[in-house]
Design a protein around this ligand. Structure first.
Ligand code: SF4
Length: 461
């Protein structure tokens, strides 16, 4: 009998957008918990919902002898997770939730059926909780001794225990990839992209303070794994799955340059070369030597958070980078043959039409291979959320909403941000084509101008 069933609320079949993108990755957070519990002598069962369905989940709940369920929550899966919580409660389970969304809304998760919310990293908290729960319904005194929990005591009050210190990640075993059917991921990747990709992390946490970014699970310090242990994991992944590429899913892969040089040398000494993509910050990508090293290691694509082309807005965001550094990082990457992708964010506090114009010019100057825009939304627990909290309009139905649905009084309309998107996209297309396809360039420039005018009208509405 398993000691706990672990799951998450993402069902690929229910997400048409993700089906289009089709770049699914195994739930690393859950697989880390699984391996940690296993190394503590327990037997976790992972129900990986990604390629499964709700009937299979309900059937498992019914047939299992285990009566403890742990669910990983994200900002996008709230409604799905609440449905899982309620299904499990109907079968008599004790339900524990953890992850970024429940860290922001522990009281609401408890109100909707969860028994215990784990705040922060879940490995050690679950290793302490499971033996306690297996002995029957725990009293408040025992629960109160476990750090990093929120629960309802016998008087009905929601209680929070002391925070839990971050784990030493060099003592956590590798993610328990063998506890799920990883072939589903590899096959989907292969069918959609003609190659496969596998995710891993070399660090947890981020020491930067971008004001909208949530640090609720891994905290505000960066903890990096040992070079040799990461190289061992890469080597094992290569032999076990032979993927076409890796996805280093760290917050900032190039945070520690010395670590990168040592890791690169270690892989080289073992004769391992695996193409990869990853994410970083522009200020950690300013040296040609570093970018060259990344290219030599197999970096084929780097994602960089740009957010804005206005240094005034970047400063207000607490980003700690400048528009010039972003362009330099993109330029260095291009010189080394690394594809570049940047993320942009509209609607930060104080953004003006001039800032949007600066962002359009910034993207034209950087000319990354790909760029994505989003409208900033406040995540509970962040300084940005605090800053706008008196203007947040909460949706009536918390369960079916996500933080993306939080409206902010005084913010521009969705139509305005659509116009800003069109302005940006058409301007960049016109800029790219101006020398090789002048006629098409002129057409896009005219579209950009129309969108800019529309944005100007909508700005004043
Ligand atoms: S946005 Fe990136 S760099 Fe900034 S705090 Fe978050 S993880 Fe760190």
């Amino acid at each position: 009998m398993p000691d706990i069933i672990l799951t998450h609320g993402f069902f690929l079949a229910e997400d048409p957008k993700e089906q289009e993108i089709m770049r699914p990755y195994p739930p690393l957070g859950l697989l880390y918990i699984s391996s940690y519990l296993r190394s503590s002598g327990m037997a976790p069962l992972v129900f990986d919902s990604t390629f499964s369905d709700r009937d299979a989940f309900t059937a498992l709940l019914r047939k299992s002898d285990c009566r403890i369920l742990g669910i990983y929550t994200t900002h996008m899966t709230r409604a799905s997770v609440i449905a899982q919580v309620q299904a499990a409660k109907g079968e008599g389970y004790t339900v524990i939730v953890g992850g970024p969304d429940s860290a922001g809304y522990p009281g609401q998760y408890i109100e909707h059926g969860a028994d215990i919310v784990v705040i922060g990293e879940g490995e050690a908290a679950l290793a302490e909780l499971i033996p306690l729960l297996s002995r029957g319904k725990p009293d408040s005194v025992s629960l109160n001794e476990i750090e990093g929990l929120v629960y309802r005591d016998k008087e009905g009050s929601v209680v929070r225990t002391l925070p839990r210190a971050p784990l030493d990640i060099n003592y956590i075993p590798w993610p328990d990839r063998e506890n799920i059917n990883l072939d589903c991921y590899l096959e989907s990747w292969y069918a959609s992209h003609g190659e496969t990709s596998i995710n891993l992390i070399t660090s947890r946490g981020c020491r930067y303070g971008c004001r909208w970014c949530s640090h609720s699970v891994f905290g505000k310090t960066e903890r990096r794994r040992k070079v040799t242990d990461c190289a061992d994991e890469v080597e094992w992944i290569k032999h076990r799955y032979n993927p076409g590429q890796l996805w280093y899913a760290d917050d900032v892969f190039t945070m520690d340059h010395n670590w990168i040089y040592r890791f690169s040398a270690e892989l080289r000494s073992r004769g391992i070369y695996l193409p990869f993509e990853t994410i970083s910050r522009a200020d950690r990508m300013q040296e040609e030597k570093l970018v060259k090293e990344l290219a030599g290691m197999g970096c084929r694509r780097i994602w960089i958070g740009s957010e804005s082309g206005s240094n005034r807005i970047l400063k207000a965001m607490g980003r700690g980078v400048t528009a010039e550094q972003i362009c330099h990082a993109v330029e260095l990457s291009k010189q080394q043959g690394i594809e570049t992708g940047i993320f942009l964010m509209w609607g930060y506090e104080g953004e003006t039409l001039e800032d949007i114009e600066l962002t359009v010019e910034h993207v034209k100057r950087c000319l990354p291979d790909i760029f994505f825009t989003t409208v900033v939304h406040p995540i509970r627990g962040t300084s940005y959320y605090e800053e706008v909290s008196d203007r947040i309009i909460h949706p009536d139905d918390w369960v079916s909403a996500t933080d993306k649905d939080l409206a902010i009084r005084g913010r521009k309309s969705a139509a305005f941000y659509r116009a800003a998107d069109q302005w940006l996209k058409n301007s960049v297309k016109a800029h790219r084509l101006k020398n090789c396809e002048p006629e098409n360039a002129a057409r896009y420039a005219a579209e950009a101008e129309k969108a800019r005018e529309r944005a100007g009208v909508l700005w004043n509405e």
